[in-house]
Ligand binder design. Structure first.
Ligand SMILES: Cc1cc2nc3c(=O)[nH]c(=O)nc-3n(C[C@H](O)[C@H](O)[C@H](O)COP(=O)(O)O)c2cc1C
Length: 247
């Protein structure tokens, strides 16, 4: 098991195959406590974590998220949501209301939710579990919000599988990252030249079996890709959950 937080970072790899083993309740409590220790804007804790223990519900979420079998197999599955519903309730209780518009709510709620989610995943890895974030929950967040009975002011941000990694499927090597100079800029943004872009493709080539990063980027981010197809669903879900920008 990794010894330090730096070893944890170095050894991190997303796990997509889990043994069907439950987590001891004590471990679930420990990782949820770690999630709650994340910093939070203005102390507001603008997130909620839905622990999905119902197998039929898990099955449906796996299907909605693009048939991701690891959602069914992992010991624990969480949906981390931004939540300004509770904040609104607290303010109303003392005679006022939430004055934050949808853009500010989405930005700070997402920030709080992601910081808690990162702590949750890292704490799970520190105990020795495998983790996999599930952005696929966005595929049908309109439907997912209904399935989870989310009130207005609550919106799913990301799913997280936590479980015992199937030893036959643990990636031999951590997946690559861009060289630091591509993501860290000094005193201002450094624009990229064509040779930088080629160097980025070379650095990330090991991410795929075909040794080419481009098909992955194209599949997700080009017109008609996974992300573009989410736009209309997200617009409907944001409206449904009370996050419609006014202009
Ligand atoms: C916000 C977010 C959403 C993700 N969504 C999915 C997903 O839906 N399914 C999946 O198998 N992996 C998902 N991942 C995992 C990434 O694919 C993975 O982190 C990336 O390929 C880098 O690999 P590594 O985590 O092993 O370093 C997601 C990761 C993040 C941070």
């Amino acid at each position: 098991m990794p010894q330090t937080i730096f070893q944890l970072f170095a050894e991190h790899r997303t796990i997509r195959h889990f043994l069907r083993k439950p987590l001891p309740e004590n471990d679930v409590d420990r990782i949820l406590t770690a999630a709650q220790r994340a910093p939070t804007d203005a102390s507001a804790q603008m997130y909620s974590i839905i622990r999905v223990t119902d197998t039929a519900l898990r099955d449906e979420i796996a299907t909605l998220s693009g048939e991701q079998q690891h959602i069914r197999d992992c010991g624990e599955f969480f949906v981390i949501c931004l939540d300004v519903h509770r904040l609104d309730k607290l303010l109303k209780r003392r005679g006022t209301r939430l004055g934050m518009g949808p853009r500010v709510s989405i930005l700070y709620g997402t920030t709080d939710a992601i910081l808690a989610a990162a702590n949750l995943a890292l704490a799970a890895e520190a105990i020795g579990y495998g983790t996999c974030f599930i952005g696929g929950v966005q595929n049908r967040i309109d439907r997912l919000s209904q399935l989870l009975a989310l009130p207005r002011g609550v919106l799913p941000i990301v799913g997280l599988c936590v479980g015992v990694s199937d030893p036959d499927w643990i990636p031999a090597q951590p997946r690559p990252r861009l060289p630091k100079a591509f993501v860290v800029h000094e005193n201002g943004y450094r624009l990229f030249r064509n040779d930088d872009l080629e160097a980025a493709y070379t650095a990330m080539a090991p991410i795929s079996r075909r040794k080419d990063w481009f098909p992955t980027l194209e599949r997700y981010f080009a017109p008609d890709g996974t992300m573009a197809r989410r736009e209309a669903v997200m617009a409907a879900a944001w409206r449904q959950q009370g996050f419609e920008p006014e202009g």
